[in-house]
Design a binder for this molecule. Structure first.
Ligand code: 5AD
Ligand code: SF4
Length: 449
C-alpha cells in the first residue's frame, strides 16, 4: 500500500549509464514509499545526488553542489522545514564518512550496493537526525530487493546485467567503487526484459562496467556468456534492438563476435575502449592487451559485421606518456576509423596505482595532446556521419524534440536523427531519408514505406 504523496524529492544523476539505471530504480523505490519527484530543488524534502568518481572534476562538482544545497537546507530550516540530503553512487562508495566530515549538512551516504535500503535509511536519518554512512558490499542482491514492476521513460531501456570489474586498470577507481564482478542470472534478466518490453521498451541496452565479461547462471545451472544471453533475449517477442556497453577488448570472445553476424536485433555499433595506442602505455595501464591485438580484434569484428560502427575511450597524459606514445595513439585512431569516441585527460584518482607515479604529465601537455586527438576524432565522426547523407536508415524514435512536431531517434549506428512529422512517432521505427548532416547529428524526412 502506498502512503499519500506528502514528501517530495529531487534526484540528480552524474556519470555513466549505470548511474542512470540505478537512479531509475531509486525513483521507483521512492515512488512506492510515497515520495513525489520535483524539479524544484529548493522545495524538495529530500535531495539525492547520484555521484561519479571516475575523474576528479566529476567528484569535485559534487562538493560544489553540496555547498549550494546546504544553503537551501538552511533557508528551509528557517521556515521550519527539514531537508534530508543523501549522497549516493561512487563518490559515496569511495569517500564514505569523509563526505559528512567535509559537508556536515549531508545526512546519508549510501553506496551502490545498498540502494535496496534507501527508503529505510532515509526514514532513519529523518527520525534520528544522525549521519548514516552505508557503504558495505553486502552479499545479498540489491536487484532482488528492489524488485518492482519496471516503468520505462524511453523506448530504449537500460538493463543492468553485470556490475563491478576485476580488471584493475591502474588509472581506474571502478574496481574499488563498484567491487568485484557480479553477473545476474538469465532467468532474472529474461523476467526483467519481459517487463520492460511489456511497459513499452523496444530497445534493450545491456549494461555492465565490464559487460562482455558477463558470466551468469543459465539453463540447468550452467554458466553462460554475453553472446548466449543476447541470443536468449533476442528470442523475446517484441525486442527490436539490442546493444551492450561497456566492453573490454580482452573479453571479446569468438561467440560474441559471431553474435554480431547472427543476431539481427544486435545493432552494428560497439563501444570498445582502447585507452591508448602505445604498448608501453597499455602495459603501464595494466590493460592486458597490445595495440596490435586491438587492431586484429577490430578486423575480426568487421569481418563478422562489415558495417560495424566503432566507439572508444581514450586517456591522454597518462604518467610517463611521451610525444611518441601520443603519436602512436593517433596512428591507431587513423587505422581504425571511429564513428564516435570519448577522450579524457588523465586524472590521478586517490587509491589507484597510477596516481602515485612520479612522472606525471604537465597539464599544458595534456591539453595540447587532447586537442589534437579530439580534432582527429571529430573529423572521423564528421566523415562517418557524412556517409549517411542521401541514404535511407531505420530510426527508432525515442522522444519529442525541442521544436513542435519534431522527433528524435537513433540509427542502428547510434547516430541521433531529427525529423519533423505529424502524429506521434515515439516508440516506433520508421525509415528516414537523410537530408542534412551535422557533426553530431543527422536530420531527414520520413521515407515512403
Ligand atoms: N583519468 C581519466 N580518465 C579516466 N577514465 C577512467 N579513469 C580515468 C582517470 N583516472 C576514463 C577511461 C574509461 C572511461 C569511462 O573513463 O577512458 O574508459
Ligand atoms: Fe576501469 Fe574499465 Fe579498466 Fe575495469 S576495465 S578497471 S572499469 S577502465
Amino acid at each position: 500500500m502506498q502512503r499519500p504523496n506528502t514528501k517530495s524529492y529531487f534526484l540528480k544523476t552524474f556519470g555513466c549509464q549505470m548511474n542512470v539505471y540505478d537512479s531509475e530504480r531509486m525513483t521507483e523505490a521512492l515512488a512506492r514509499d510515497g515520495y513525489a519527484a520535483t524539479d524544484d530543488i529548493a522545495s524538495a524534502d529530500l535531495v539525492i545526488l547520484n555521484t561519479c568518481h571516475i575523474r576528479e572534476k566529476a567528484a569535485e562538482k559534487v562538493y560544489s553542489d553540496l555547498g549550494r544545497i546546504r544553503d537551501m537546507k538552511d533557508a528551509r530550516k528557517r521556515d521550519g522545514k527539514e531537508t534530508v540530503i543523501a549522497v549516493a553512487g561512487c563518490v559515496a562508495q569511495a569517500e564514505g564518512r569523509e563526505i559528512t566530515t567535509r559537508q556536515p549538512a549531508v545526512d546519508l551516504v549510501i553506496g551502490p550496493q545498498s540502494y535496496h535500503r534507501l527508503p529505510e535509511l532515509i526514514e532513519r536519518t529523518a527520525n534520528t537526525r544522525e549521519h548514516i554512512v552505508e557503504t558495505e558490499f553486502p552479499g545479498d542482491e540489491k536487484f532482488e530487493r528492489m524488485k518492482a514492476p519496471r516503468r520505462v521513460s524511453s523506448p530504449s531501456a537500460f538493463l543492468t546485467v553485470q556490475e563491478g570489474c576485476d580488471k584493475f586498470c591502474t588509472f581506474c577507481v571502478v574496481p574499488y567503487t563498484r567491487g568485484a564482478e557480479f553477473s545476474r542470472s538469465l532467468a532474472k534478466l529474461e523476467a526483467e526484459a519481459r517487463e520492460l518490453i511489456a511497459a513499452g521498451a523496444k530497445e534493450l541496452v545491456l549494461l555492465g562496467q565490464n559487460v562482455n565479461a558477463y558470466h551468469g547462471e543459465g539453463p540447468g545451472g550452467r554458466t553462460i556468456g554475453l553472446a548466449e544471453l543476447i541470443r536468449r533475449l533476442a528470442d523475446i517477442e517484441g525486442i527490436e534492438r539490442i546493444r551492450y556497453t561497456t566492453s573490454h577488448p580482452r573479453d571479446m570472445d569468438a561467440d560474441l563476435i559471431a553474435a554480431h553476424t547472427e543476431v539481427p536485433q544486435l545493432m552494428p555499433f560497439l563501444h570498445l575502449p582502447v585507452q591508448s595506442g602505445s604498448d608501453r602505455m597499455l602495459t603501464a595501464m595494466n590493460r592486458k592487451h597490445r595495440a596490435e591485438e586491438y587492431l586484429d580484434l577490430i578486423g575480426r569484428l568487421r569481418s563478422a559485421r562489415p558495417d560495424l560502427a566503432l566507439s572508444s575511450d581514450f586517456i591522454v597524459g597518462f604518467p610517463g606518456e611521451t610525444d611518441q606514445d601520443a603519436e602512436d595513439t593517433l596512428s591507431l585512431i587513423r587505422a581504425v576509423g571511429f564513428a564516435q569516441a570519448f577522450s579524457f585527460k588523465y586524472s590521478p584518482r586517490p587509491g589507484t596505482p597510477a596516481s602515485t607515479h612520479e612522472d606525471q604529465v604537465p597539464e599544458e601537455v595534456k591539453s595540447e595532446r587532447l586537442q589534437r586527438l579530439q580534432a582527429l576524432l571529430d573529423d572521423q565522426q564528421a566523415d562517418f556521419n557524412a556517409q549517411a547523407l542521401g541514404t535511407i536508415v531505420p530510426v527508432l524514435f525515442e522522444r519529442r524534440g525541442r521544436q513542435p512536431g519534431e522527433f528524435v531517434g537513433r540509427t542502428p549506428y547510434l547516430q541521433l536523427v531529427h525529423v519533423a512529422a505529424e502524429g506521434d512517432l515515439v516508440g516506433s521505427t520508421a525509415n528516414v531519408a537523410v537530408t542534412d548532416v551535422r557533426r553530431v547529428s543527422l536530420s531527414g524526412v520520413i521515407a515512403a514505406a
